[in-house]
Design a protein around this ligand. Structure first.
Ligand code: HEM
Length: 319
């Protein structure tokens, strides 16, 4: 199935006829957009996201992924396929970045976009992981609460992080961005009655789920340590920056859950590095928005492609 799906990327591309009938049926069933899908809003969110890709990427790496790893039970599932070390981790993180790019673009759900297809491939991955883990345990892995928690990491946490980085995100922009992810969440299999209808409701539920799920775990700490090591390797000139940024964005409590060592003079370190006052300005200040919008995506795609050794992102099910 992975091989058959490898070369299909755009929403409007026909599915390979050799796919099993049940998969074709499932893909058809899962292609329906929710009745509340608001194309204008979602397009606006895509355009906004495009103009803020550098900050969104930072939020994703330094806040969304770390806070997902802080959910103890979920971290065990994330680690269960064993593909969270070295190059495997790089591939997964880059695939996740590609997934985010597929979703947060103006035409994500249109004919030439890729979100519909990527979402259904990820849904298959989750189903495969669920099936293989359920054979060994009574727990339901990647259940509705887990999916909601992760959805909020990609939406609510990103908006809060951007604000913390000094970006002015209006209530309407936050709402648009959430509606984009709400669509993706429903298509990933989150049941309608469980999915908050608005950004403020989602922010509230995100806190409740975090309170229930967050706690120290061996797997969560190992996942975070691997992520931090890879981030540090990418910025050898500012080795301490990723850890400081993570702490700044997720807060001391989650940093402690992740086992992030607390430097005695953390705030001093930040002011010495001039990181926090400088970073948002550097990211959103000098270059005009059109330049950021037109450079961020190709640059990110180039980084992802280089890091995946030129291989296309396939969202293949783990074997
Ligand atoms: C809205 C929610 C979610 C989104 C958007 C999402 C997205 C993705 C994406 C893009 C991939 C392919 C990249 C990769 O291999 O890592 C993936 C794979 C995977 N996801 Fe999710 N995910 C979500 C929720 C979850 C949750 C809650 C769990 C478990 C607690 C989970 C566990 C996994 C696992 C185990 C894989 C396969 C890893 C492998 O390649 O070995 N996901 N997901």
């Amino acid at each position: 199935m992975n091989a058959l799906l490898r070369n299909v990327h755009e929403n409007s591309e026909p599915l390979p006829a050799a796919l099993p009938e049940a998969t074709i049926e499932l893909f058809r069933e899962h292609a329906a957009l929710p009745p509340w899908f608001d194309e204008v809003r979602v397009r606006r969110a895509g355009a906004w996201a495009q103009a803020h890709l550098p900050q969104i990427t930072l939020a994703l790496f330094c806040a969304s992924l770390p806070s997902s790893y802080a959910a103890a039970r979920g971290a065990r599932v994330l680690a269960a396929t064993g593909r969270m070390q070295g190059n495997d981790l790089d591939r997964r993180v880059n695939e996740t970045a590609q997934f985010v790019l597929d979703v947060v673009t103006e035409n994500a759900f249109g004919a030439t976009g890729c979100a519909l297809l990527s979402i259904r491939k990820v849904r298959l991955i989750h189903a495969a992981v669920r099936a293989s883990l359920r054979a060994h345990s009574d727990e339901v892995p990647i259940n509705q609460e887990d999916l909601l928690g992760t959805l909020f990491a990609f939406s609510v946490v990103v908006v809060h992080s951007l604000r913390r980085l000094g970006c002015a995100v209006s209530a309407e922009q936050a709402e648009d961005f959430y509606q984009l992810w709400r669509t993706a969440g429903m298509m990933l299999g989150i049941q309608e009655p469980l999915l908050p209808a608005t950004f403020p409701e989602a922010s509230e539920l995100a806190i409740r789920i975090a309170q229930r799920q967050m706690g120290p775990s061996e797997h969560g700490r190992a996942l975070f340590a691997a992520l931090l090591a890879r981030m540090r390797a990418h910025v050898p000139f500012a080795h301490a920056a990723p850890g400081h940024l993570v702490r700044y964005l997720v807060g001391d409590e989650v940093a402690a859950i992740l086992g992030l060592a607390c430097p005695s003079s953390f705030r001093d370190a930040l002011s010495v590095m001039g990181l926090l006052p400088g970073l948002p300005r550097a990211l959103r200040g000098a270059p005009p928005p059109w330049l950021i919008a037109s450079l961020s995506r190709p640059l990110l795609e180039a980084i992802i492609a280089t890091k995946l050794d030129g291989a296309a992102v396939n969202f293949a099910m783990p074997g």
